[in-house]
Design a protein around this ligand. Structure first.
Ligand code: NI
Length: 180
């Protein structure tokens, strides 16, 4: 088990546009170890998604694993551990909805961000196979949040109003303003 340090807002890597992986890299020891470490790091942090730039590797790679059930985001559906390499998002119909997002690189805070709720994602898996999937609702929000990291963006950049940025403990205690 190798838990890596999750870099926090202010670290320059979080603001870089990460580079795509080339096919030959996918089977490398380096990427294999990186994914294992990212999984360990995600589990230790208790998160649901982690992008490679958050462990200071500026690569277009992210993992998502959503246990489902009751969480700090309320009742949510499950998604098994999935690796996304060089993902691309296409926004489909369905409008936007808001969610109180948090980020392991911005500990202690939550922000109410509106995002499209119906997207198509095209990416590669670790074998280089094309993966295409259509996502709705919470899943669409989570993937957009993670893939923003690959473009050097944080959810804070998408806040419409800075009053929608609050401390997580106040939000959980019901003392923060509601965003919806
Ligand atoms: Ni994040």
């Amino acid at each position: 088990m190798a838990v890596r340090e999750i870099i926090r807002m202010g670290h320059p890597t979080l603001r870089q546009v990460a580079r795509p992986l080339v096919l030959e890299e996918l089977s490398s020891r380096f990427i294999d170890q990186l994914i294992r470490d990212m999984v360990d790091t995600l589990h230790q942090a208790g998160g649901i998604g982690l992008a490679a730039p958050q462990v200071n590797e500026s690569l277009r790679l992210a993992i998502i694993e959503i246990p489902g059930g009751e969480s700090r985001y309320g009742e949510i559906p499950a998604m098994p551990l999935t690796v996304f390499v060089n993902p691309e998002i296409e926004v489909l119909d369905g409008g936007s909805a808001g969610c109180w997002e948090g980020c392991l690189s911005v500990p202690g805070l939550r922000g109410f961000v509106e995002r499209p709720q119906h997207i198509r994602v095209r990416s590669l898996d670790l074998r280089g196979n094309r993966l295409e999937t259509e996502l709705h609702g919470f899943f669409a929000t989570v993937l957009q949040h993670e893939f923003d990291h690959l473009d050097g963006k944080l959810y804070l950049d998408r806040l419409k109003d800075t009053r929608l940025l609050v401390f997580e403990d106040l939000l959980n205690a019901g003392q923060a303003i509601a965003g919806d």
